[in-house]
Design a protein around this ligand. Structure first.
Ligand SMILES: [Zn+2]
Length: 417
């Protein structure tokens, strides 16, 4: 009995030792390390981490357990989606209101398990998922299911329900005599906001999302919701737990308050001005312009690519230009869910179309997003970091759409595609 137990333990130790030395050498044509391109570099992976990276000649294939040759291909850090809604699906399939009010939560989660797989297979190994839009804390369970290996998917940073000022969000337009369930959590004032932030954190929020403005003016335009003091309270409570705050902000005043309150990223920023972007630069606030969402919605409303752009898109191009001119840090996040999951590359292509260089866009989707989201263990190809990587055919620094030509996805050292 004792000896068989001993031999079992020995076997376990041996297999652990064998696992501990499992190395994989990847030999692409070039490596984008999160900041710059390096021709003829290779990457060695040991278990779930990057073990070594450098000129191919410096990494001997003989010393590794397995070698994957990837001629003509580019290896990059696993891409980071900065703004997703895994619990939503495209609005041209089902309008947002109907997803929130008519779809069973079980249905939404079932869809989300497919979305996570499509996202990962597209080379996005991390997502910052910014609100369940009426599906309460289902992002927390989704994240746990991925982390436990129940379903394939990216690493998730979750916002849970998100915070809205009473009466400001949606679905709206119903009889004032009925209370319609909302797509986020209503909370106002010092005490109730403190409670709501703490409750969301307690239930699993990695980041707090707040709607600093929303379409609730008389003419349906975006107007500020929370006061500056309320936003400061949210930031203070989140920050004391080590978490950042993300603000949905499209109006000048909503953006101004969110910046001054200490929000780390502003989402959308549609009505930004040179003055507002200068303020963002001054406070180190990053912008996640979500250009693909606006582009998708314009198409759902009948606009066809290749025909003159609607005013809204023309204005968006202008504000993105102003943000770039002001030197604002730009995150990559498309608001995917408005358009199909797995098509995350659409944002990267449009960022180039809106005036960024492919290299700058790839930095945004890797090292910049990692820095802004406080993910020190990923976003770069560097020894010691998580072995999250994507390999594509071609060179996306020359042609951004090559980012779609995914041949290999590695998450935590395991080949997942
Ligand atoms: Zn969003």
């Amino acid at each position: 009995m004792r000896s068989s137990l001993y031999s079992l333990l020995l076997t376990l130790c041996l297999s652990t030792a064998a696992f501990a030395q499992k190395t994989l050498l990847l030999r692409p044509a070039r490596v984008f390390d999160g900041e710059a391109m390096h021709e003829s570099w290779s990457v060695r992976v040991k278990n779930d981490r990057i073990d070594a990276v450098g000129p191919a000649a410096s990494l001997a294939p003989a010393a590794t357990d397995s070698v994957i040759n990837l001629p003509g291909a580019t290896l990059l850090p696993g891409l980071i989606e900065g703004h997703s809604h895994l619990l939503l699906h495209p609005y041209n399939e089902t309008p947002w209101d109907d997803q929130v009010l008519r779809e069973a939560r079980s249905m939404r989660v079932a869809r989300a398990t497919v979305h996570t797989q499509k996202t990962l297979r597209a080379g996005f190994t991390t997502v910052r998922d910014l609100g369940t839009e009426g599906a309460d804390y289902d992002d927390v369970g989704l994240k746990q299911a991925i982390d436990k290996g129940v379903i394939p998917g990216p690493r998730m940073i979750v916002a849970t329900r998100a915070l809205i000022a009473t009466g400001s969000y949606a679905p709206k337009g119903f009889s004032p005599d009925i209370d319609v369930p909302q797509g986020a959590e209503e909370a106002d004032g010092h005490d109730r906001l403190i409670q709501a932030v703490r409750r969301q954190i307690g239930k699993g929020a990695d980041v707090i999302k707040v709607y600093a403005d929303y379409r609730w003016g008389l003419m349906g335009e975006a107007k500020p919701t929370f006061t500056l003091d309320e936003l400061k309270t949210i930031v203070e409570v989140a920050k004391s737990s080590g978490r950042g705050v993300v603000a949905h902000a499209g109006s000048v005043e909503g953006m101004r308050r969110a910046i001054l309150a200490g929000c780390e990223t502003l989402e959308h920023g549609d009505a930004g001005t040179p003055e507002i972007f200068a303020l963002m630069k001054q406070h180190g606030t990053a912008l996640c312009p979500t250009v693909a969402a606006g582009d998708a919605i314009a198409q759902y409303r009948g606009w066809k690519r290749g025909t003159p752009e609607p005013t809204r898109l023309k204005e968006k191009r202008e504000t993105v230009k102003q943000a770039l001119a002001a030197g604002v840090t730009i995150c990559a996040g498309g608001d995917v869910g408005v358009f199909p999951h797995g098509d995350n590359a659409r944002e990267l292509e449009l960022m180039v179309d809106y005036g960024m260089t492919p290299v700058a866009v790839l930095r945004s989707a890797t090292s910049v997003n990692a820095d802004v989201f406080h993910l020190a263990d990923r976003g770069r190809i560097r020894a010691g970091l998580l072995a999250d990587m994507v390999v594509v055919t071609g060179d996306p620094t020359r042609q951004i759409s090559d980012i779609r030509r995914v041949v290999l996805v590695i998450k935590g050292g395991a080949v997942v595609k």
